[in-house]
Ligand binder design. Structure first.
Ligand SMILES: *[C@@H]1O[C@H](CO)[C@@H](O)[C@H](O)[C@H]1NC(C)=O
Ligand SMILES: *[C@@H]1O[C@H](CO)[C@@H](O)[C@H](O)[C@H]1NC(C)=O
Ligand SMILES: *[C@@H]1O[C@H](CO)[C@@H](O)[C@H](O)[C@H]1NC(C)=O
Ligand SMILES: *[C@@H]1O[C@H](CO)[C@@H](O)[C@H](O)[C@H]1NC(C)=O
Length: 965
């Protein structure tokens, strides 16, 4: 303890010298050019990525650092961009302007963005692509212009886009091929062109170009084309081609002169194509030797014929027939599709499938029947032995039976999500020895009935979320020894037992969010079987502890490999606690989230079991204070989230020694001043967010304000939105608008005064020395005598009382009823109360002085009434005199009511004391009076022994602070 005091004492000197240094640096910074700072008005940076998404911006922020490589301005309200708007971003490679109101872009606007590779202008209001629009974008490879109103493309709009590879100009109003020509003539390397959803009425190759293009992908779908003519080999390298329009009224004519023109197309999408059968035949004929994948969704005409023709193409292996209103699959439909390996019949209205509908497809590996009306697993799928993927999602399957999958021995993926299955069966997955992924989420499953007890040795991922499970019975997952991911969130699981998860020896991630798990569930030791678990999410359950005493059974004692743990976020307001050894055993934990667990107190030993912790989220808990010792076992901490914790001071960070902390989120708390020592104690800090605190806009924050502007290492997020709450005439103004030059003027004045005084003093001293030497000697001896006397005063008789209690008479019931019995009765302190212990007849001032000097401490019982009447009284003045006189921590502040910080603003000295002193809050201790009394006992104990840590108040600092306020 002695060393602690030795440490505290020089701190005062250090602070004082720091303060003068700050003044100096303020003087210097006054001459630096503005704007070298690091807070962004509307954006935030993560590494070199500037994110300004959804900020209601109508101008391009000019404060983005020139090092930014990406800029996300999506979902704002920008209307027009012009030449000077992006000149400050020389290394930008990705610019996202998606979903704004841009209707005009002036020429040369992007001229400075020589590194830009991707530009997204989709979902805007562009109608006309002006001349020289994209000038300068010589490195652009991808341009997205979809969902605008583009009708006109000027001849030189695409000039200089020589490296463009992908262009998406879908859902616009392009009417003629000529506009495409104006694009293609400037983009020799274009590989992918998406023009779907425009107004093209005809496609004639001679209008497009007379030389061959490098296009590999061309999407012309959803255009009202009535005429498609290719007379020259303009697409020699085309492999992916889409054409067809589900909303077309008139049939299109097809005229492709040579059979070799589209001879490389392997993926063809003719969804909605409205064309005479003969033309369709010609189309499929053109791709006769190359087609591997055909999509025919929403076909109007000739579906059966087209299936037959395409299935005769020997290379065809993938067929998609979605949205074709199919109700019944007979054995004829696919009879020629012998080579098809992947078949997608999703989004139809299939109710029945003929038993042998798929027998002609011996190579079928993937079958999708999702989003249909099947009421049971169809017989037709039961014997597909080569099947590796079966998708039956979003049907109406109510029950599953043992024979349903028993022959699908090669199945790797089975999807049964969004059905109405209410129970599984022990034999259901009997022979699925290769199954790796099983999705069963969003059914009505109440009972597993042993389905996973002995089967599925290869299963890796299983989704059981969104069902109706209430209990996990012993050994229920016993056979799943390869399982790595299990989601059980959104069930009604209440009952766990110690064997619930036995067998899941390889499980890495378990999601149990939103169940009914209680403390008793944890006490069963259910999780001890999960020795390989890395991530456990228990959010939104009903786990609640009544106090923080150590548990006899550690819920996670065996999870030494766990890296991430999330515990309940309560929806209801019930105070809870975190037992001191709750985390025992989690030696490898990196991330702990205990957000909104309604904790009011964290024991300082809480994290002593988790030395590797890097990320801690304890936000949204009524903690009030945090102790520096809490952090001493977790020095590797990189990210700390303490928003909405009601903490009034960040001083704990000074001693917490978090030298690795890079990220601090501390929004919506109660501190008004961000002290220099705090920020200096975080040397690695890169990002900090203090939004929604009630800042005091006076010279106390001058250092912080200056640091916010000038720090190059730490980004102060949302700095622009910091609001003042004090002094009154600054209320609701912005902290950044506070003019620190007034503080600087003070400094100048102080500099002036101190220099002048030094010079004067020197002059006077030499005068005295020369002429009044003898008088000086006698004054010196007088001074020594006074010093001796002062020392004697210090050695006065031991204190008569342990504490003098100062309170308002309205609070007397509490003092008599609660405080007195506890402190005098149980803890044995001697208290001095004015109604009981003041000597009658003695002047009141003498009584007060004697009481305060005769007691080691003064306890102020603070309530609203006390502040109004008692706070400025003689008692408190005397006590604080003693405080400054003897430099001892004599004041103990006990808050009887919650008094918001802003109400304390008029009590300037009180605010200063609160920042430095220990204080105790009775309302906060409502659930935990024992802790309150214990803290009070400790506070009374300090100073008993002179060498003890006694929260020494820093007199010099207070004076400095008041000097410049
Ligand atoms: C673009 O720059 C001009 C001139 O500096 C400015 O007036 C305008 O507000 C800027 N526009 C946007 C969208 O930032
Ligand atoms: C952009 O293109 C120029 C040539 O036009 C080239 O010198 C430069 O290296 C390119 N920059 C990037 C980031 O690709
Ligand atoms: C087509 O592809 C080949 C081989 O990749 C290439 O050499 C040729 O230049 C491409 N043709 C066009 C017009 O880009
Ligand atoms: C399917 O049926 C709906 C109405 O029953 C109709 O609007 C739609 O055009 C049909 N689609 C096809 C591809 O036949």
């Amino acid at each position: 303890m002695g060393s602690k005091e030795a440490k505290t004492q020089p701190k005062g000197e250090r602070r004082c010298s720091k303060i003068s240094l700050t003044f100096l640096s303020l003087c210097v910074i006054g001459f630096l050019p503005p704007g070298s700072g690091f807070f962004l008005k509307s954006c935030r940076m993560t590494q070199t990525h500037a994110i300004c998404k959804q900020k209601k911006l109508n101008t391009i922020p000019q404060d983005i650092p020139p090092t930014a490589t990406t800029l996300d301005l999506s979902k704002n309200q920008i209307e027009r961009i012009q030449v000077s708007n992006f000149t400050h971003l020389p290394v930008l490679s990705w610019l996202n302007l998606f979903h704004n109101n841009i209707s005009q872009i002036d020429s040369d606007t992007f001229a400075g963005l020589i590194s830009l590779q991707v530009l997204d202008l989709s979902r805007n209001k562009l109608a006309h692509l002006e001349d020289r629009l994209f000038i300068g974008l010589s490195n652009l490879t991808e341009l997205r212009l979809s969902s605008n109103r583009i009708k006109v493309v000027s001849p030189t709009a695409f000039q200089s886009l020589t490296r463009l590879k992908r262009l998406d100009i879908s859902d616009n109003n392009l009417e003629t091929i000529a506009s495409l020509r104006l694009i293609l003539q400037h983009t020799p390397q274009l590989h992918e062109l998406v023009v779907k959803g425009n107004c093209l009425k005809s496609f004639h190759s001679w209008e497009l170009t007379n030389s061959s293009l490098s296009l590999g992908t061309l999407d012309l779908s959803r255009n009202p084309l009535n005429d498609f003519k290719i007379t020259a080999d303009v697409f020699p390298n085309l492999t992916v081609f889409a054409i067809g329009d589900p909303s077309s009224k008139a049939p299109m004519t097809w005229d492709v002169r040579s059979k070799t023109f589209l001879s490389l197309v392997s993926s063809l999408d003719i969804s909605g194509l409205n064309m005479a059968l003969a033309d369709s035949k010609a189309l499929l004929q053109a791709v006769n030797s190359s087609l591997t994948s055909l999509t025919m969704n929403s076909m109007k005409l000739n579906l059966r014929e087209l299936v037959n023709i395409s299935c005769s193409i020997p290379t065809m292996s993938t067929l998609q027939l979605r949205s074709n209103n199919l109700t019944f699959i007979d054995s004829d439909l696919l009879k020629l599709c012998v080579k098809v390996a992947e078949l997608d019949l999703g989004i139809n209205v299939i109710k029945k499938i003929q038993k042998d509908a798929f027998t002609s497809l011996p190579s079928l590996r993937m079958l999708s029947l999702g989003r249909n009306r099947l009421s049971s697993v169809p017989d037709a799928t039961k014997n597909l032995q080569k099947l590796s993927t079966l998708d039956l999602r979003s049907n109406c399957i109510k029950a599953v039976d043992c024979g349903d999958f028993s022959n699908l021995t090669n199945l790797v993926i089975l999807n049964l999500q969004n059905n109405s299955i209410s129970a599984l069966k022990y034999c259901l997955f009997n022979n699925l020895a290769r199954l790796q992924n099983l999705t069963l989420q969003f059914n009505q499953i109440k009972l597993l009935q042993g389905a996973f007890k002995a089967n599925l040795p290869k299963l890796q991922n299983m989704h059981l979320n969104g069902n109706k499970l209430t209990a996990i019975l012993p050994g229920e997952f016993g056979g799943l020894y390869s399982l790595s991911y299990l989601s059980l969130h959104g069930n009604e699981i209440l009952e766990l037992c110690n064997e619930s998860f036995v067998g899941l020896t390889n499980l890495r991630q378990l999601d149990l969010t939103s169940n009914q798990i209680t403390r008793e569930g944890l006490d069963t030791g259910a999780f001890n079987a999960l020795t390989n678990l890395r991530r456990l999410d228990l959010s939104l359950n009903h786990i609640k502890y009544d106090d923080s005493t150590a548990l006899s059974k550690m819920p996670f004692g065996a999870l030494s490999r766990l890296e991430e743990l999330m515990i309940p976020s309560q929806h209801y307001r019930l105070k809870s606690h975190l037992p001191v050894n709750f985390l025992q055993g989690l030696t490898n934990l990196l991330y702990f989230r205990a957000r909104n667990i309604q904790a009011i107190y964290l024991d300082k030993d809480t994290f002593k079991y988790t030395p590797k912790l890097e990320r801690l989220d304890i936000s949204s808990n009524d903690l009030g204070t945090l102790s520096p010792q809490l952090f001493s076992p977790i020095q590797k901490l990189k990210s700390l989230y303490i928003s909405r914790t009601q903490i009034r001071s960040l001083d704990f960070l000074i001693d917490a020694n978090l030298t690795n902390l890079e990220f601090l989120q501390a929004k919506v708390n109660q501190y008004s001043v961000i002290p220099e020592d705090v920020m200096k104690s975080l040397p690695s800090l890169k990002y900090v967010d203090f939004e929604n605190n009630s800042f005091s806009c006076d010279c106390d924050n001058a250092w912080f304000l200056n640091w916010t502007i000038a720090s190059t290492q730490t980004q102060v997020a949302n700095a622009y939105n910091f609001l003042c709450n004090y002094p009154d005439d600054f209320k609701e103004k912005k902290l950044l608008d506070f003019d620190i030059t007034s503080c600087l003027q003070d400094t100048g004045f102080i500099c002036f005064v101190s220099t002048t005084s030094t010079i004067l003093l020197f002059t006077v001293a030499s005068f005295f020395y020369n002429f009044l030497r003898w008088q000086l000697y006698s004054a010196y001896y007088l001074f020594l005598a006074w010093l001796f006397d002062a020392k004697q005063r210090h050695k006065q008789a031991p204190h008569q009382y342990d504490a003098f209690v100062s309170y308002n008479y309205h609070d007397e019931p509490w003092v008599i009823g609660e405080l007195l019995p506890k402190l005098e009765g149980e803890q044995g302190w001697r208290l001095c109360l004015h109604h009981r212990d003041f000597e009658p007849g003695k002047p009141i001032i003498d009584n007060i002085t004697d009481a305060i000097y005769g007691s080691r401490k003064t306890i102020c019982v603070i309530s609203h009434r006390y502040l109004e009447s008692e706070w400025c009284s003689k008692e408190v003045q005397t006590a604080s005199f003693r405080l400054f006189d003897e430099r001892e921590d004599v004041l103990i502040l006990v808050f009887l009511e919650d008094i918001p910080t802003y109400l304390l603003s008029p009590y300037h000295r009180m605010r200063k004391l609160l920042k430095k002193q220990t204080y105790l809050s009775w309302p906060r201790a409502a659930d935990q009076p024992e802790v309150f009394w214990e803290k009070l006992r400790k506070a009374l104990q300090t100073g008993n022994d002179h060498n003890e840590d006694n929260f020494l108040l820093n007199v010099t600092q207070t004076q400095c602070g008041e000097g410049n306020a």
